[in-house]
Structures are given as C-alpha cells and as structure tokens.
Design a binder for this molecule. Structure first.
Ligand SMILES: Cc1cc2nc3c(=O)[nH]c(=O)nc-3n(C[C@H](O)[C@H](O)[C@H](O)COP(=O)(O)OP(=O)(O)OC[C@H]3O[C@@H](n4cnc5c(N)ncnc54)[C@H](O)[C@@H]3O)c2cc1C
Length: 115
C-alpha cells in the first residue's frame, strides 16, 4: 500500500517529525535506500514538541530491571544516540548522575541500583 501526498506518491508516509518519526525514517532509509519515503510534520519545523523541549538526558537504564527488555533497549538506544551524535558532530557530555536516597527506607534500593 502506498501513500499519496498532494500529487506525489510514496512507498511509506510517516506522520510526525519528532525523534520517533525521524529515527524511523532514518532507519528505514538506511535499510532500504531505494524506498520513496516522506515525513509529514504539521509544524513549520521538526522536533518542535516533546523532542525539542525535553530535559536532554540520555537515560542509562539504571532504574530498569537488569537484563530486561526495557533496560537492554535503553542501553542500546543510548549507544545509538551517542554514535549518531559523534558521527554528525553533535556535542554531548557524559556528565554522570547523582542518585540520592532521601529517606532511610530508600537506601536498600540505592544499593541495588549501585549493584
Ligand atoms: C518535560 C519532558 C522531559 C523529557 N525529558 C526526556 C529526557 O531527558 N530524555 C529522554 O530520553 N526523553 C525525555 N522525554 C521524553 C521524550 O522527549 C519523548 O518520549 C519523545 O520526544 C517523544 O518523541 P515523539 O517523536 O514520539 O513525539 P514528539 O516529539 O511530540 O513528535 C510528534 C510530532 O508529531 C507532529 N504531529 C502531531 N500530529 C500530527 C499530524 N496530525 N500531522 C503531522 N504531524 C503531526 C507534532 O507536531 C510533533 O512534531 C521528556 C518528555 C517531556 C514531556
């Protein structure tokens, strides 16, 4: 099934130019260079919603269960993003993170996270 945009026809149409839409488009083009693809964005520029207004953190996955799909995807995605930034000269910084227990009952959990 194809997509028609104005008078143009595409193999794939992606709605939304946030990080999910753009990463999907990039990956599809890398895997299938001949694919005729379009990204449709309702705003005047890409990344003008959540993607352009978030905290800018590459999450390390420390809060997810070790070995879980969520933890693995988080680490893999972080690696992809670091590689992408290096390849495209986008500055990033491994500044670390301070995780504190604000109550004695949280100390045990902190030990688990450190583990
Ligand atoms: C305050 C805040 C802080 C966050 N901090 C972090 C962080 O530090 N690290 C992190 O990894 N994640 C963070 N997140 C989460 C992360 O930003 C989002 O998960 C991610 O940006 C979602 O990307 P998206 O492409 O799905 O959505 P969006 O970036 O919102 O993109 C959706 C796009 O679709 C377009 N659109 C919508 N409807 C249509 C339509 N009908 N036609 C055409 N275009 C349309 C919109 O204009 C928009 O550009 C944060 C989120 C918030 C809200």
């Amino acid at each position: 099934m194809g997509y028609t945009l104005a008078m143009e026809k595409y193999d794939v149409g992606i709605v939304g130019g946030g990080i999910v839409g753009l990463a999907t488009a990039l990956t599809l083009k890398q895997r299938h260079p001949d694919l005729d693809l379009c990204v449709v964005e309702t705003e005047g520029r890409v990344a003008s919603h959540q993607t352009g207004r978030n905290s800018g953190v590459l999450h390390s996955g420390i809060y997810y269960k070790p070995g879980s799909s969520k933890a693995n995807h988080c680490r893999l995605g972080k690696q992809f993003m670091e590689d992408f930034c290096d390849e495209h000269q986008v500055d990033w910084d491994r500044c670390g993170k301070v995780v504190v227990a604000t109550h004695a009952s949280e100390v045990e959990r902190l030990d688990r996270i450190q583990e």
